[in-house]
Write a protein that binds this ligand. Sequence first.
Ligand code: PHE
Length: 340
Amino acid sequence: MSDPSALTTEALAAIAQAPGEDALAKVELEYLGRKSGRVSRLLANIGQLPPAEKAALGKAANEAKRAIEAALAARRAELEQARLADLAETEAIDVTFPGPPLGRGHIHVLTQVRRQIETVLESLGYQVELGPEVETEWYNFEALNITAGHPARENWDSFYFSPELLLRAHTSPVQIRAMQRIKEPPIYIITPGRCYRRDAPEATRLPYFSQVEGLAVDRGMTVGDMKGTLLYMIQSLYGADRKVRVRPSYFPFTEPSFEFDVSCGICGGMGCKSCRHKGWLEVGGCGMVHPQVLRNGGIDPSQWNGYAWGFGIERMAMLKHDVDDIRLFYEPDLRFLEQF
Ligand code: PHE
């Protein structure tokens, strides 16, 4: 029978060579197993030995046990280290590797339509003018000939910060600001921008929307000039087969005033569900600028006159793309937005 130190040497060699946890477990069982482990068996006949040898063998067996345990622990740590190093090697993230492609967005349909309108009118010599969305009472109403207490104010009811300050209900105030700034006609401008009205959201209206208004001030302007300009804009946007018409209407800031209609693109003017069997779709208002509005802008109406129009961008996008609910433009539903 081998002595404890020979057993230890043998066990340590086996441990050092063990290639993995399975092999180590086997070695552990072989030497340290409670009943039939080789270190335990060393002590099997200890009862027959003289007391002095008994103590010595017991001590040596304990030392062997401790040495083997320590070697097992050390080898296990070593194997774990190697496993982790291996993992780091094989599963490392290559930060230079290109990632999966990100979905690419595109310009929102309302912005597309606004830019198309701008491009067409810029080609006619109009310039884009911007103004504040928070306006004074005077620019939003008074300057546009909608005096305090005038029943027409109801059509442009908005949201007030104070009796004097409100969210603009149309972009017409920018026309006044532009006249005051430019001073000397000719003036050819368009005023795209967000507007606000005290309306509950429904399929055809929202409390926030966008307009592109236009203003031309020059000498001897006529309704024909206005109609020609708007016809050119509509046909550039929707196609040369579209017809336009004006109907008498009323706005405090234009005289005469008109509603402006475009022939239905679906039925070509015959009448269908989409145009409620009228053959025409309303896009906005227009008219010859009221002399008082020119005066409020600092322009002499005995020298100059002009025309103006105000169209909703959502409305124009609805007409272009046959959309039947304005709310869709402001909802984050990609199934809708990705179509354009
Ligand atoms: N400002 C008007 C509106 O928002 C539109 C309009 C502009 C009508 C210019 C006529 C002339 O309703």
